[in-house]
Design a protein around this ligand. Sequence first.
Ligand code: PLP
Length: 451
Amino acid sequence: MASWRLRASNANPSQTRRFNPRDPSPKWRGDSPAARFRGDNGTSPLNYDHIFDQAIQRLHAEGRYRVFIDILRNKGAYPDARCFAGHNGPKPITVWCSNDYLAMGQHPKVIAAMEEALNDVGAGSGGTRNIGGNTHYHIELEKELADLHGKEAALLFTSGYVSNDATLSTLAKLLPGCVIFSDEMNHASMIAGIRNSGCEKRIFRHNDVAHLEELLAAEDPNVPKLIAFESVYSMDADIAPIHDFCDLAEKYNALTYIDEVHAVGMYGARGGGITERDGAAHRIDVIEGTLGKAFGVMGGYIASDTRIIDCIRSYAPGFIFTTSLSPVLVAGVLAAVRHLKESSVEREAQQAAAAELKRQFREAGLPVMESATHIVPLMVGDPVRAKKISDILLAEYGAYVQPINFPTVPRGTERLRFTPGPAHTPEMMRELTSALVEIWDRLDLQLQKAA
Ligand code: PLP
């Protein structure tokens, strides 16, 4: 095989045999066309198979190769689910790491709305918003979201990721010479948007008001400026000083952009996020959110004034050139948003569950991170151990929590991130806590002295 590859790489391409998947000759078997035609025996920069293998090998070596767990949630019974990991059919598990924080993806009103929409208008939207895909559901949901945030208008995207990328890149391109001030812990989708805008950026230390001011003050007062940050940082579970950032925005004449992905539906009397809870929504120029976490379905959006929304609608490729969300999904989100505007029962139950889990972890001496939010992170500090704990929990205790590693969090801060929902009971938490204590002991990890 090796000698054949050398011949292939030295051969005149026009004389090289074409790859034929039906050719039974042994020299074709077990190798991809890329390696056959462009590689040699392993070291050539054109041996594409080798390059890809090395890339995956690096992840294994660092202990951060990602394994996706194969599950199905049980309709209406969340956090119960089935896991298809073994060979003996699905095994019942409890999910502890879902971002469907309020279990709205299982709510009877949401499911009924989706069934009704499916029966009424069929499965897909049939086009982009401009060409056939602007359904009445989309228009209704945008009105509902604008109202949620007290803004003039809103715009839907196919995900929160796309909404950040499309909006930030387009906004900054429309503002000549714009400089973006970005929190160092901002999500990958915001970083992608900032990078894709091609504009200048300044990174300020996480939630550091003084550092942001230093950077703003150093800038030409006449260049357009945009401050981009999140409200709830979902990995460290802390909250931005929103009013302080808005004060700076006013002082230095900058626009403000906030990602409320982990807060919409979760905070504020109507689920308008931290900006609603803290009375700051009117001070923010663009509020961005997801429809896939507390609202339980899928999609993303921004809410702003009509002028900005009209610009993004008209200029952002990530909005224009893609099929709009299925009306079935949009109908489900509409039901979730409307329900959570009226009901705080789910929010309160979720907050109580998070507080109880933090209390139990702390009492057991588990290294629960300081958290001002609904998220309960447990620090491990090592990718291999984090994965090991997660594997044991799943295999032996039927508890599913995904290990979080680099690049989602910095190296050396790998952790387990628990998101208890309204239906996780104190009894389930006791079982989880004692399982974790047993695993901590088994892996020779240190428990902290109970406070
Ligand atoms: N922004 C933040 C802070 C996130 O954590 C995420 C996803 O986890 C997103 C945006 C992307 O949202 P979506 O999952 O709807 O694409």
